[in-house]
Design a protein around this ligand. Structure first.
Ligand code: MRU
Length: 341
């Protein structure tokens, strides 16, 4: 089952807003509709957004060719709208950029569709390789805490943080995965718990605010999360709440590992404070299932991501390397020993 795929000229996605109770696929026929699904988080997660960016451009290109429109004008408009849809996610802009490169080299609509399919296929290979590397780094850790969803649902068929967790489960074994529910949209309890259940991996869902106590009580061996953007200095943007887990992990002296493909590293963004943070509708905080729960008249504030400074990150694990500073750590260098050695 693929989170996102290309089928007969359309983009097929699993509608993640309806999980875990209903498994539905939606076929998206134009880039405007895809953007609605990106904004609603029907398709979400760093790598899935990268593929959505590339496939959104493929939708725009096929329409331009079919309707005899100005291909470059259509692609430029689509690129702008796609990148603005989720401004923190480096992969969305990266996926769009991959298509802009092949167009600049002269690709027609068929060539652009082929390039979008290559972005999809590269995601599968990268996640499987980085999961292997992450599991080697954390060999021996039996109790893992994770936040949000960095699983297959955040990619095409294979996750990053959950890829590492899956490899640990299959190799050295795991006793427990603590899944932070991830307020306000509950990607942890709805999506990560669903994925772990399907793989038979023992897990418990906790409220986000239980994590620090659990970590300081010595009940967690390592924290593993994904990333939405890694700045050039190694600062990491991930789902809001991640920073608190990193602080607790540092205090407890346990590893805090970020699993992300190279496409999430944005060398054009110098530091975490240069990463734009997506601010979402305050109703996601003030309401539950469309019913207001906050006191009448209270305002909300809903940043979707926070920044974990590089100093709190034990290692960023990609398909090519295990690193702390993207500017200095060469590819193919696994110089970080396992914290459990
Ligand atoms: O708002 P979301 O659900 O798209 O946020 C997703 C996350 O923060 C994930 O942790 C991140 O994309 C990493 S997924 C490999």
């Amino acid at each position: 089952m693929r989170t996102i795929d290309w089928l007969d000229g359309s983009v097929r996605i699993i509608d993640q807003t309806r999980l875990p109770h209903t498994e539905t696929h939606v076929d998206v026929h134009d880039v405007e509709d895809l953007i609605v699904h990106i904004r609603s988080l029907a398709v979400r997660g760093a790598m899935a957004l990268g593929v959505a960016g590339a496939m959104g451009m493929a939708l725009a290109a096929t329409r331009a060719e079919r309707d005899h429109l100005d291909m470059d004008g259509e692609l430029a408009a689509a690129a702008r709208l796609l990148v603005e849809a989720r401004p923190t996610a480096a992969n969305l802009a990266w996926g769009v950029g991959e298509i802009q490169k092949v167009r600049a080299a002269g690709a027609d609509a068929a060539g652009i569709v082929a390039a979008a399919l290559a972005v999809r296929d590269a995601d599968l290979d990268a996640n499987s390789a980085l999961s292997e590397r992450g599991a080697r780094l954390l060999a021996g850790a039996r109790r893992i805490l994770t936040h949000c969803n960095a699983g297959a649902l955040a990619g095409v068929e294979y996750g990053t943080a959950l890829g590492v967790i899956g490899r640990l489960h299959a190799t050295t074994g795991l006793d427990m995965v603590y899944v932070c529910e991830t307020r306000p949209l509950l990607q942890g309890s709805r999506l990560t718990a669903w994925e772990l259940g399907r793989h038979g991996i023992a897990h418990r869902v906790i409220v986000d605010s239980a994590a620090a106590g659990l970590i300081l009580a010595g009940d967690v061996d390592a924290v593993v999360v994904g990333a939405d953007r890694v700045a050039a200095n190694g600062d990491v943007a991930n789902k809001v709440g991640t920073l608190g887990h990193a602080l607790a992990a540092r205090h407890a002296g346990i590893p805090f590992v970020v699993a992300a493909p190279e496409s999430t590293i944005d060398l054009g963004t110098p530091t975490g404070s240069d990463i734009p943070i997506e601010i979402r509708d305050e109703r996601e905080v003030l309401e539950i299932d469309g019913r207001r729960v906050a006191a009448p008249g209270s305002l909300g504030w809903n940043p979707a991501f926070d920044i974990t400074p590089s100093a709190l990150v034990t290692a960023i694990v990609t398909e090519h390397r295990s690193l702390n500073d993207p500017r200095n750590d060469p590819r193919d260098d696994s110089r970080h020993p396992s914290p459990h050695d």
